[in-house]
Write a new protein. Structure first.
Ligand code: SF4
Length: 399
């Protein structure tokens, strides 16, 4: 079934349940108060230690493998180029976003440090140990960028500052630039300014929803979550003023009930403001309030990926693209041979995010299998090969 045969309402999240009082706010972890000992790998069969930023941060499994603190291999990837440091607290994120594995409603089911997020486990690691390894590796570090990922928590703003200061005291931010994945709900313009003054390079806002209605339904009042579209835009525009052109952006999840036109008009708006969009393909995250819903159909996703790349990097304007009555892209605003060349280059179908050291249009943040299983890749964390391009062309329904 194509996504355009389903209505917005078909992507409605489940209602969050009531959390027993004894399971709220990380009470179980705080009461047991097990002291952490080095790296903690998520395991909900044992008592979760009491870990808290800024002493502890969580990182993606891909980052832990690249850092060498976990052993294993990733399908078709040597390493990741972005070290995501996610703030962590026993109380967890206080928001309740419907598509997110970290959301507050999961308190009843699993301690915060044991929750899956963008399809993978996030081990918790002492910050000092992380910085020691990256500082020791110096210019040999595989990482092209570090990203501090905030969550909705009263300590998140202050701890982001502390992590940034501790990092830049040992690691030159010109060598490994720092991005901030912000949490606008708790932030002011002064917070944005402070992070810029302390050496952050790029500031991003996880808008996630392409329209105000979908925002409200998936991460606002619709799911008893504190976020507001207006506040997110306020901080995004502060970032535009303070960080400047090409140094700010927004995350957008494709396939939560918006039309292709909706998301591409947003992409154009961000480009017109001087920023970038980073796209995620909706995937029903296990344990989230949307885990019963279908992943974004691949034809829809590929069209949006391709059109977004043309707007972001090839100066094509959304007004030059053609859409059908249901908002689906039917013309990319370029002669077919030029569209074909962009498809063949493959970059449009790679993970989008803040740039690394290879090229402006190649993201350091490659998030291996963060929005799909390896058997049906949505965002390629590497350059697609010939077979991959054949798959992409068949999904795009071009030869
Ligand atoms: S604010 Fe971020 S981490 Fe928290 S529930 Fe929403 S998407 Fe997840």
């Amino acid at each position: 079934m194509s996504c355009f045969e389903r209505s917005d309402n078909d992507m409605t999240p489940r209602e969050p349940g009531v959390i027993p009082i004894e399971l709220r706010n990380g009470a179980r972890v705080k009461a047991n108060d097990v002291p952490p000992q080095g790296v903690y790998r998520p395991n909900y069969n044992i008592l979760t230690p009491n870990m808290r930023s800024p002493e502890y941060v969580q990182m993606s499994t891909a980052a832990a493998l690249t850092l060498g603190i976990m052993q294993g291999k990733m399908h078709r990837c040597e390493c990741t180029r972005c070290l995501n440091l996610l703030l962590t607290y026993p109380e967890g994120c206080r928001a309740n976003c419907a598509y997110c594995g970290l959301a507050r409603h999961r308190e009843a089911e699993r301690d915060y440090a044991d929750r899956n997020f963008i399809r993978v486990d996030w081990p918790a690691v002492p910050l000092e140990q992380t910085i020691d390894i990256v500082a020791r590796d110096g210019a040999q570090s595989p990482f092209h960028r570090m990203c501090i990922s905030m969550i909705t928590h009263p300590n998140s703003d202050a701890d982001t500052v502390t992590v940034l200061k501790k990092w830049t005291a040992r690691i030159d931010p010109k060598g490994i630039p720092v991005s901030i994945l912000s949490n606008p709900t708790t932030m002011t313009r002064a917070d944005v300014k402070r992070l810029h003054e302390l050496g952050a390079d790029i500031f991003t806002v996880a808008l996630d929803a392409a329209t105000p209605e979908i925002f409200d339904r998936t991460r606002g009042k619709g799911v008893q979550s504190p976020h507001s579209w207006t506040k997110y835009w306020e901080i995004l525009l502060d970032a535009r003023d303070i960080f400047g052109p090409q140094k700010f952006g927004a995350h957008v999840i494709v396939g939560m009930g918006e039309t292709e036109r909706d998301v591409l008009e947003l992409v154009q708006k961000l480009v017109d403001l001087g920023g970038h969009s980073h796209l995620f393909c909706f995937f029903p995250e296990k344990g989230s309030l949307m885990d019963h819903l279908p992943a974004t159909p691949r034809d829809q996703w590929r069209r949006v990926q391709l059109a977004r790349y043309l707007i972001d990097y090839k100066a094509v304007r959304v007004e030059c693209m053609k859409f059908d009555s249901q908002g689906k892209v039917v013309g990319f605003g370029l002669p077919e041979s030029e569209v074909n060349d962009v498809v063949s280059a493959g970059t449009a179908f790679r993970t989008s995010g803040c740039p690394g050291k290879f090229a402006e249009d190649i993201s350091a943040c490659d998030r291996p299998y963060g929005d799909s299983p390896p058997s049906n890749i949505a965002s390629y964390p590497f350059r697609p090969n010939g077979n991959d391009l054949r798959t992409i062309r068949s999904q795009l329904k071009t030869k």
